[in-house]
Design a binder for this molecule. Structure first.
Ligand SMILES: [Zn+2]
Length: 293
């Protein structure tokens, strides 16, 4: 499943094609995505202009001149392809290769910029939804989400307070979208590794009894921001030579520090440990038992 850096990279890739452009024509080939698209989906979009393309957690939010907001989620296997006049691209930095089979192009946006944006999703766990801008605060998909990990509201004090007294593992706490929004399995593993904290450690141990942050909380927040920023930077740079016609470039080879490296040598200088895989809450956790305490 695409994580926050992938979604942010997609947002940046779609921005030049969509922002400031009008939906000239919208085709819906299959409306039964994760939820069915409303019957008037195309009609509500056509003629309106995208005034801004933002992101909240793993949702893309297109602000429209009509007063609607188009909420889009990539799901498990969704991707956007942009067909421009001169070049084609598949914005995003995907660990798993994306489908380019036209049979899975469920929604097609013809933008006034001349760009054609297709939403491709073989498994159809992706979703699109139109909500009134004025009602966005009540939107169930977004309500209750914790702060953005790259925003200023996410800091050691906030995270420590949220973990105060928590008897769950630190990894489970970081995957809890109410505590921090948009973090997934890969970047939680990476951030815990970088901060040298064990994923099995109790969440409460990054805070004092009164909920003040200790040094672990400071290190963890710094590591989370760093792994996400690094990944966005790497994804962004892969955009430039992304070509739809070249299958090999559809997959972004991220140089993970610990994720998916079971049995391999720990990359921390002087550690000498071996990366281990355990299962926590049904998901694989990769970590180094020697330097993550
Ligand atoms: Zn190590």
């Amino acid at each position: 499943m695409p994580e926050l850096p992938e979604v942010e990279t997609v947002r940046r890739g779609l921005e030049p094609a969509m922002e400031g452009a009008r939906f000239a024509k919208v085709e819906v080939h299959r409306g039964d995505l994760r939820w069915p698209l409303p019957a008037d989906f195309a009609k509500r979009l056509e003629g309106s202009t995208v005034t801004g393309l933002g992101r909240r957690a793993k949702y893309l939010l297109a602000d429209l001149s009509s007063g609607d907001v188009l909420i889009m989620h990539l799901g498990m296997s969704g991707s956007f392809h942009v067909f421009g006049k001169e070049r084609q691209s598949t914005p995003g930095a995907y660990y798993h290769e994306r489908s380019k089979h036209v049979a899975h192009d469920h929604v097609v946006f013809h933008m006034s910029s001349g760009a054609i944006v297709t939403f491709n999703d073989p498994r159809r766990f992706g979703s699109m939804k139109l909500v009134k801008r004025a009602k966005l605060d009540d939107e169930p998909l977004l309500r209750g989400l914790g702060p953005e990990p790259l925003g200023n509201a996410f800091d050691a004090a906030m995270l420590a307070l949220a973990c105060k007294g928590k008897k769950t593992s630190l990894k489970a706490a970081l995957l809890d979208q109410r505590i921090v929004a948009g973090l997934g399995n890969i970047y939680v593993c990476e951030a815990l590794y970088l901060s040298r904290l064990s994923p099995k450690r109790l969440a409460s141990t990054i805070a004092t009894k009164s909920g003040a942050p200790n040094e672990r909380a400071e290190r963890l927040v710094e590591s989370i921001k760093r792994v996400l920023n690094d990944a966005i930077k790497a994804g962004g740079s892969s955009l430039r030579d992304h070509k739809l016609t070249d299958g090999g470039l559809g997959m972004f080879q991220h140089n993970f520090r610990v994720y998916d490296r079971e049995g391999e040598k720990c990359r921390t200088p002087g550690c000498g440990g071996t990366v281990k895989r355990i299962v926590q809450n049904g998901r694989s956790t990769f970590y180094c038992p020697s330097c993550q305490k």
